[in-house]
Structures are given as structure tokens and as C-alpha cells.
Design a protein around this ligand. Structure first.
Ligand SMILES: Cc1ncc(COP(=O)(O)O)c(C=O)c1O
Length: 475
């Protein structure tokens, strides 16, 4: 990175950027009113797992941006792959029988990596587009099979599948629906399988998993199995709070899906490409999907690209539709963009050459052990995670698991303090998410938790001062 500018220069520049940003830009997942008062945090440079703000400070990126910058922020090979491709062929599309050599190579590579045999790849530009496409393909598939009533798609409370109309409907978070007139018809949500939050007193993890599967079965029966087409799930729920499913959950859920001929879509947008210590979350948890959606770490986030992989049965049905209708009328101008494809292919090469999976497996005990050290903290209800993803859930009362009132903004306060201490994290309510670049090194993991500990201490002091916790240890 370049040298830090003198403080006064940064300050003038910052004020300038803030007013320009407020005057021009709508920010996603931002309180727009608050933003008008507080302005943006402007990031100007990246270096490994760090980014530098316009304030001249270096921040450890504890969420890899948005769970995506797997190779950090300064991988030259990806910049060079993009540059080479831009010079050679900056754009071509995949409509109407056209394609690019680099697109073919990427599709071959993805299919070779798939966790279960997959037939074909359809390229998109984001996780939301991937999941919207998956929804349309489920409907198309059942129309091809002559089952026009079999269309409902089951998702889960607290799932995150994106923000476009169908994807936001799949998402199981209230604010993604509220006042957007969502979800659309035919998208249902079943229980979130978070044992810590929703396990009953005295219930074992396995019994909880059985109850989740029973509830899914009851819902399918209530709706009518002839109307239920697919179930979509993230192997580890990300934006809903980094939630891992209870032991035996996936076996039991998949048995129900098979019984009622319901397709399984694995949303690998966060888990895909090494996050859990395997190439796919599906491999980690024994999930055998009919469709896989992925994005984010496919290109290490250096270019927008996503993909939907479909089974042979789904592909065959799509071909049948072409015999009937003619053209498969779905696709995005930039789907399979050659520059994105080149960067993605180079990313997958780096994962292989640097044996990123072994690295994640070596770092995972440091990451998970680091999180576990906060278990006894008076504000911490649960710590959880796998591989290089994890979370710390803050509670007002450790014994009863009572959460803080959301309006008190305890999680967001912690994240603000973390940023003050040079660490960028994400608050999902009062759950603090960790998802650093996969290339993170042991000393950087230590630094991440040192800075988090400072922020947690600041939060404890704030909670004590304001008398927010019922917890005897806190007050
Ligand atoms: C599991 C999952 N699916 C889908 C998406 C949506 O991806 P995008 O923001 O690229 O549309 C996300 C984004 O965070 C995600 O975490």
C-alpha cells in the first residue's frame, strides 16, 4: 500500500467524499436516514487481509468484504488475468449458441469440482441471480414433466438467498419482505434449525433435528406433496446469523425430500470454494443437491460472477422444453462474461496450486479455538462456527439466553468499536459474524481476536453503564 497521507489531508478529503456520497448514492443494507447524518466509511486500498480507509488507517477485514474476498485484497494474478482477458476479448455473450473459450474452460472446471455429479452450468452475475434462476428452473422442470401443480419452494426462517424478487422471497428475514410486498406466492418458510435458540428444554441435538425433519414433513403433507417442488438451503446459514444445522439434520431432511420427490437446491454462495474446509459446504455436511448455486468466492470477489449447476435430470427436462417451445428464454447480458470467467478460472487455479483447502483446515482450529475463548464472557450466549466462518452471539442474560432489545443496538455498537480498533466485522442483529479471507495467517487470526476482545470489553462497559443486561455478571 502507499504511505499514509498526512492526517489533515485525509480529513479534508474525507469530508469532501462524505458530502458527495450523501448527495449521490443509495446504500444497500444501510439506515438511509442515519447515513445522511453520519456519511460513509470510504475504503481506498487493499493489502492481503487488510484494507485501508480514507482516514489513513489499516483495517483487518474480518468478513472478507461480504463473505467473499477469499484471496484477500491484493492478489496480482487475478488483476493480471482480468487485464489479459480484457486485451484479448473484453466482452462476448452466451446467447443464441455463442460462447467464449474461457467460458467453456470455466464450466468444465466447475463441473469437475462439483460435490455430486452435475450435468451443466448456467452462468449469472450474483448469488441473487443464481437463486432466481434456480427458482425458474424448478418451475420449468416441473412443467416439462407435466406436473404444473408441483411448484412451491420451501426455504427456512433466517435463510439468506439474496434480494431480487424471487431470491428475496426465499430469504427468511422479515426486513427483506417488509414493505417490499414479499414473499411472492408459492414460497414457504419452515423452522430455522438453530439448536441454541430453538431447541426445547431437555431436547437433545439429535431429537431437535428429528423434530425439524418432522415439521418439514408435516408442512409438505399440509401443502400437498403434489404441490411442493423444491427445498433450498445454505449448508451454513450466513446472513441469518452463521447458523450450523444440528447433528443428523441433513440426513433426516434429505430422507423427507426424497420421500416426497422434492428437489434440493444447495445455496453455496458463502460456503462454496473452501469456506468450511471442503470445497463445498455440501461435502462437509453430506448434502446431495439436485442444483447448486454459487457466486462470491468463485472469483474471489474480484469480478461479479455466479453459477447454477444442474443435475442431468433437470438438464434433460430443459432440453425437452426446447423441443416443445423452441428457445430457452432466460439469460443475462453479462452471464459468463469473459473477464469474470478468466478471473474465476484463475481463482480456481490459485485454490488448487496453493492448496487452499489444506490451509483452511490448518487455520480452522485457530479460528474456532479463538472464538471458543469468548464462551465464558458474560455477554456471550453462544459461539459457533466451522472452518473459517464463525459467530459470537451476544445476549442480555446468559442463563435464560434472553436477547437484548434490538433497538438498543448492542451488536452494531460492538461492530463500531471493532472498527475503531482496526477490525471490520458484521453485526447480524446481536450476532457478530467472522468470515475472514481464506488466506488469513495465524498472526492475523490472533490480531483479529485481540481487536475483537477490545471491542467486546467496550461493549460490556457500555452495557454496564446503560444497565442493559439482566445478567448478574454484567451488572
Ligand atoms: C447464501 C447467500 N445466497 C445468496 C446471496 C446473494 O448474493 P448476491 O449479494 O451476490 O446477490 C448471498 C449474499 O450474501 C448469500 O450469502
Amino acid at each position: 500500500m502507499t504511505e499514509t497521507p498526512p492526517l489533515h489531508a485525509a480529513t479534508v478529503e474525507q469530508t469532501n467524499s462524505a458530502s458527495r456520497d450523501i448527495a449521490t448514492t443509495i446504500h444497500p443494507y444501510t439506515n438511509l436516514k442515519l447515513h445522511e447524518a453520519e456519511g460513509p466509511f470510504v475504503v481506498v486500498e487493499g493489502d492481503g487481509v487488510f484494507v485501508r480507509g480514507q482516514d489513513g488507517k489499516k483495517y483487518l477485514e474480518g468478513l472478507a468484504g461480504l463473505w467473499c474476498a477469499s484471496l484477500g485484497f491484493s492478489e496480482r494474478r487475478l488483476a493480471e488475468a482480468a487485464y489479459r482477458q480484457m486485451l484479448k476479448l473484453p466482452f462476448y455473450h452466451t446467447f443464441a449458441h455463442k460462447t467464449t473459450d474461457i467460458g467453456i474452460a470455466l464450466a468444465e472446471k466447475l463441473l469437475s469440482l462439483a460435490p455430486v455429479p452435475m450435468s451443466k452450468v448456467f452462468f449469472v452475475n450474483s448469488g441473487s441471480e443464481a437463486n432466481d434462476t434456480a427458482v425458474k428452473l424448478v418451475w420449468y422442470f416441473n412443467n416439462a414433466l407435466g406436473r404444473p401443480a408441483k411448484k412451491k419452494i420451501i426455504s427456512r426462517a433466517k435463510a439468506y438467498h439474496g434480494v431480487t424478487v424471487a431470491s428475496a422471497s426465499l430469504t427468511g428475514l422479515a426486513n427483506n419482505h417488509r414493505d417490499f410486498d414479499l414473499p411472492i406466492a408459492g414460497i414457504l418458510h419452515v423452522e430455522c434449525p438453530h439448536f441454541y435458540r430453538y431447541g426445547l428444554p431437555g431436547e437433545s441435538e439429535q431429537a431437535f433435528a428429528s423434530r425439524m425433519a418432522d415439521l418439514l414433513e408435516q408442512r409438505i403433507l399440509k401443502e400437498g406433496p403434489e404441490t411442493v417442488a423444491a427445498f433450498i438451503a445454505e449448508p451454513v446459514m450466513g446472513a441469518g446469523g452463521v447458523i450450523l444445522s444440528p447433528e443428523t439434520y441433513w440426513d433426516k431432511i434429505q430422507a423427507v425430500l426424497r420421500k416426497y420427490d422434492v428437489l434440493l437446491i444447495a445455496d453455496e454462495v458463502i460456503c462454496g470454494f473452501g469456506r468450511t474446509g471442503e470445497m463445498w459446504g455440501s461435502t462437509t455436511f453430506g448434502i446431495k443437491p439436485d442444483m447448486i448455486t454459487c457466486a462470491k468466492a468463485l472469483s474471489a470477489a474480484y469480478m461479479p460472477i455466479g453459477a447454477v449447476m444442474v443435475s442431468e435430470a433437470i438438464y434433460n427436462a430443459m432440453v425437452k422444453q426446447s423441443e416443445k417451445i423452441g428457445v430457452f428464454s432466460h439469460g443475462f447480458t453479462f452471464g459468463g462474461h469473459p473477464v469474470s470467467s478468466a478471473v474465476a478460472l484463475e481463482t480456481l487455479r490459485i485454490y488448487e496450486e496453493d492448496d487452499i483447502l489444506s490451509h483452511v483446515r490448518r487455520m480452522a482450529p485457530l479460528m474456532q479455538g479463538g472464538l471458543q475463548r469468548f464462551t465464558d464472557h458474560p455477554l456471550v450466549g453462544e459461539v459457533r462456527g466451522i472452518g473459517l466462518i464463525g459467530a459470537v452471539e451476544l445476549v442480555a442474560d446468559k442463563a435464560t439466553k434472553a436477547p437484548f432489545d434490538a433497538a438498543q443496538g448492542v451488536g452494531p455498537f460492538l461492530v463500531k468499536r471493532a472498527q475503531h480498533h482496526g477490525l471490520i466485522l458484521r453485526a447480524l442483529g446481536d450476532t457478530i459474524a467472522f468470515c475472514p479471507p481464506l488466506i488469513i495467517q495465524p498472526a492475523e487470526i490472533d490480531l483479529m481476536f485481540e481487536r475483537f476482545a477490545l471491542a467486546l470489553q467496550d461493549t460490556l462497559e457500555m452495557v454496564r453503564e446503560r444497565g442493559l443486561a439482566a445478567n448478574a455478571l454484567v451488572s
